[in-house]
Design a protein around this ligand. Sequence first.
Ligand SMILES: Cc1cc2nc3c(=O)[nH]c(=O)nc-3n(C[C@H](O)[C@H](O)[C@H](O)COP(=O)(O)OP(=O)(O)OC[C@H]3O[C@@H](n4cnc5c(N)ncnc54)[C@H](O)[C@@H]3O)c2cc1C
Length: 549
Amino acid sequence: METEHLKCDVLCVGGGIGGLMGAIRASELGAKVIVAEKGNVMHSGKGGGGCDHFLCYIPEVHGTDMETYVQEMMQTQQLHNFDTLGMKRVRTHIAKTFDIVKLWDSWGIPTRQNGKYHFAGHAFPGGLRCLLKYEGRRQKPILTEQARKRKVQIVNRIMVFDVIAKDAVAGAIGIDARTGKIFTFEAGAVILGTGAVVRLYPAVTPGWLNNNATRPSLTGDGRLMAYRAGAELQDVEMRMLHVGPKYFARFGQATWVGVFRDPQDRAIGPFVTRPEGLYGDITPEVNKALFRDHWTSGRGPVYMDGRGISDKDYRDMMHWFPHEGLTPVVEHMKEEGIDYRKNPVEFMTYDHGCQGRIVTNEKGETSLKGLYAIGEELAPGVSNASVFGWLCGEHAVNYLKHSNRPDASGMKEQVAEKASLVDKMLNRKDGADWREVNIALQQIMQDYAGLLRTEALLQAGSAHLARLKRKAYEIIKAGNQHEVMRALEVLNLIEMGDLVFMGALGRKETRGNHVRLDYPLTNPRMNGKVHIQKKVNGKPVSEWRTITG
Ligand SMILES: Cc1cc2nc3c(=O)[nH]c(=O)nc-3n(C[C@H](O)[C@H](O)[C@H](O)COP(=O)(O)OP(=O)(O)OC[C@H]3O[C@@H](n4cnc5c(N)ncnc54)[C@H](O)[C@@H]3O)c2cc1C
């Protein structure tokens, strides 16, 4: 198999918002940086279609006491995003947000409207508005341009599949999704920014595997690489839900201006009674399962109702939609002659997959020396990805100043192992392709580690998954290099499924969307604790740890 060896100081795995920001900063500080990206950095990742809300604290707008801002923010959906990260890290993040916003503005990502910072959406009426509106439609090409300006080497279409490490990180290995060439990267520090986990649970439209709440190529690769290399993961069993227009899984709720109502036109939440541009209807952010619960209890469907919206709010909303990646929804409404001002739009709860994260400290360092994790490896949001991408770029460069380059010779063995797996996939005449295996995985996850969990269900599902895993390695086949990438993703997802089962069995309580029928209580003794999973001497180990900071 053809191979290419590349050397750098800092390797950013994933060229999303986090990865690019890390690369820009590390390069600015004099490091030789490579971004290895599975797709194309110009439009890959969750931020590829655009975003329009930036969590940002501006003293002149919010007052000089940042704590008031933090307290308000932690009552919105940011609570679910950040509550188990540790408040020290959260405060580090928020304190840096305005600097990054100014930087983005100077690079050509507009963050002001008519010269002013405008905050709207994701907010309780009368409360502090924490999210800055910005025009993020072109954020990826602009960040790419900034990275290129600083001589960051970008290698697109490379799926990185393993981190090389002994006591500290020494690099990573990947495969070109078009040519099959194996890439070995020798690096002093590696920043993982491979985003969220999807395709573990079924999509909202059966048969359309990729109709997920985010990009289909975000398959938790970073978390699995970190775990295999010895870093710690946290709360993998917790489930993440998302809401948006029915069956349009990728298009979110925050930019819509309206009121969530039931079929009898009753508002389902207590916050707004008429469309309100400054705040939106924050009801589902308090409980994202609400639409699903209305549906299953016979009280649904639930509609986003824009009737009565003012002309200005409507104009504004239509302006912001394309910035938040909602162009396909706008096009669809045009095509079907749907006027939002007259036609309420049905919404639903989507199952986003799992919420867990790579364990890091407030510098973004994992438990493995030289390995950093950013963005959705930890928590959702543009602000989190950009701020911690930037800060990790700095920390990685500092780390390099004070550490010796570890030996990367272990690469050969890992390369040979993966090359043999890829060879088998490509040369199999009979077998199952990635879709078949992925669907089998999703069925197991949904039926045995889905909305309702019990010891018996989890044990049974775990046994089914073990069989699927064994079989998948024996039969999965790929017709071309693209399918090799998809198959490797599915094998990663199976491993993630395994961790979800282990985590769910170990969490003997009900908390959030992890519902254990056999342990219906939310155990107050578990408040402020996180569930850690790691490999010790090749064996999975789990423990509970108190959140510090
Ligand atoms: C439609 C939509 C609208 C949104 N709007 C907002 C908003 O207004 N405000 C907000 O705060 N958030 C918003 N979000 C969320 C926000 O976009 C994400 O939280 C943010 O982009 C995450 O950045 P990231 O760098 O962590 O991950 P991503 O941007 O998802 O990037 C991960 C990158 O890693 C690459 N990758 C994955 N696996 C590998 C691998 N094995 N090897 C190499 N590369 C790999 C992927 O291709 C991808 O480019 C929105 C999301 C969506 C889908």
